[in-house]
Design a binder for this molecule. Structure first.
Ligand code: GRF
Length: 224
């Protein structure tokens, strides 16, 4: 059975596009059931619609509080009966009720090598710390912000002349390869999770997830 995936975005949707590309290229064996945004002007919405994907807007500003919004979002997502919900630049903190509802089938991408730099401004924080390596993490979402089991990480070098923008661009090159890979692992059944633990091919994932690095040709290489 082909899995059904719902993608949540708030902005440009470049990770969403990488996922749509991977589905079209049959690198992900799944159907993208819908793309949902909390921002009516998210550029990603038009890009998804142009590819023939159902899009939905649920503006959080129309709801009295986070709990009510999240309940509506749960209903909207469930109307598409997804096997997997993918957060791709969805800029909302989710309630424990939401996270519990989708436990084991909610993935996020975070632009740092977790557990470093949870939260915002990760690229600048990596530069300020003088790190010579930075990257992104794909993780299952739990009630702890950017704290759920890590599935995989992609490492990129930090150069002395990097700005937050140049570093973000390099990290995104890695993101656009790593997220489709992890989504396919889930859709093929290789990657599974319950509320606290994740396994790949039946084996527990290492705490830092499966490790990759971006090589000189801008391609991800798996590290031993
Ligand atoms: C990505 O850098 C991701 O790591 C973070 O938000 C950004 C979304 O970018 N969670 P895009 O909308 O996919 O272009």
């Amino acid at each position: 059975m082909r899995k059904r995936v719902v993608i949540l975005i708030s902005g440009s949707g470049s990770n969403m596009l990488a996922l749509l590309d991977a589905v079209e290229a049959q690198q992900i064996n799944a159907d993208i059931a819908a793309v949902i945004s909390n921002q009516a002007d998210a550029a990603g919405l038009q890009k998804a619609a142009a590819r023939g994907i159902h899009t939905e807007i649920l503006p959080h500003k129309h709801f009295p509080d986070r709990a009510v919004f999240d309940q509506e979002l749960i209903k909207l997502i469930n109307s598409y009966q997804p096997d997997l919900v993918v957060l791709a630049g969805f800029m909302r903190i989710l309630t424990p009720e939401f996270v519990t509802h989708f436990a084991g089938k909610l993935l996020n991408i975070h632009p740092s090598l977790l557990p470093k730099y949870r939260g915002l401004h990760t690229h600048q924080r990596a530069l300020d710390a003088g790190d010579n390596e930075h990257g992104c993490s794909i993780h299952f979402v739990t009630a702890e912000l950017d704290g759920g089991p890590v599935v995989a990480q992609a490492r990129v070098p930090v150069f002395t002349d990097d700005t937050a923008a140049s570093l973000a661009q390099r990290v995104q090159i890695a993101e656009h390869q790593l997220y489709p890979l992890c989504v396919q692992w889930f859709c093929s059944g290789e990657l599974q999770a319950d509320s606290n633990n994740a396994t790949l091919n039946g084996l527990p994932l290492p705490a830092e997830g499966i490790q990759f690095r971006l090589n000189h040709a801008n391609t991800l290489e798996k590290l031993a």
